[in-house]
Design a protein around this ligand. Structure first.
Ligand code: ZN
Length: 160
């Protein structure tokens, strides 16, 4: 059967950026199993897999708008060093949970001075083109319970 709404799809994938660096891969792991049309995976990848079938190998290029969004310079902020009390050493690249207006968010330390820390609340992949090399290994119909929950049950999903 073909990939469509209300299907459970199993894929192996490799994700690279435009420089050819591998950002993520299912190699050596179980296939990723998702419920198509439920927002389980990024929109651009779902769109690229629509209508394909098991055994198909598909290259899908996803622009930032359909991936993790464009970078938003407003999400880069300076906070006083004192906000990191209890952390021995704050270094660029470290990631912290922070409370934002829309709940918990993860920020990345971009720069550190004696008094201030610059944190970046953008997703690490914001602004990046995402190049997926996908192999579809299985497509099946979703069960009524899976559709109700909006996610896959059994292998690759929550055990409940
Ligand atoms: Zn469930």
């Amino acid at each position: 059967m073909q990939v469509a709404e209300q299907c459970v799809v199993s894929i192996h994938y490799k994700l690279t950026n435009d420089k050819g660096e591998v950002l993520d891969s299912s190699e050596g792991r179980d296939a990723l199993v998702y419920l198509h049309g439920a927002g389980n995976i990024i929109k651009g990848l779902e769109t690229g897999l629509l209508g394909k079938k098991a055994g198909d190998k598909v290259d899908v290029k996803v622009a930032p708008a359909d991936g993790y969004g464009e970078r938003d310079e407003r999400l880069i902020q300076q906070v006083p060093r004192s906000a990191f009390q209890g952390v021995d050493e704050v270094k660029p690249g470290m990631r912290f949970q922070a409370q934002g207006p829309n709940g918990a968010t993860t920020v990345t330390v971009a720069a550190v001075t004696e008094e201030n820390v610059t944190v970046d609340g953008n997703h690490l992949l914001a602004g990046e083109n995402l190049n997926f090399a996908v192999e579809i290994t299985d497509v099946r119909g979703a069960t009524p319970e899976e559709l109700e929950h909006g996610h896959v049950h059994g292998a690759g999903g929550p055990q409940h």
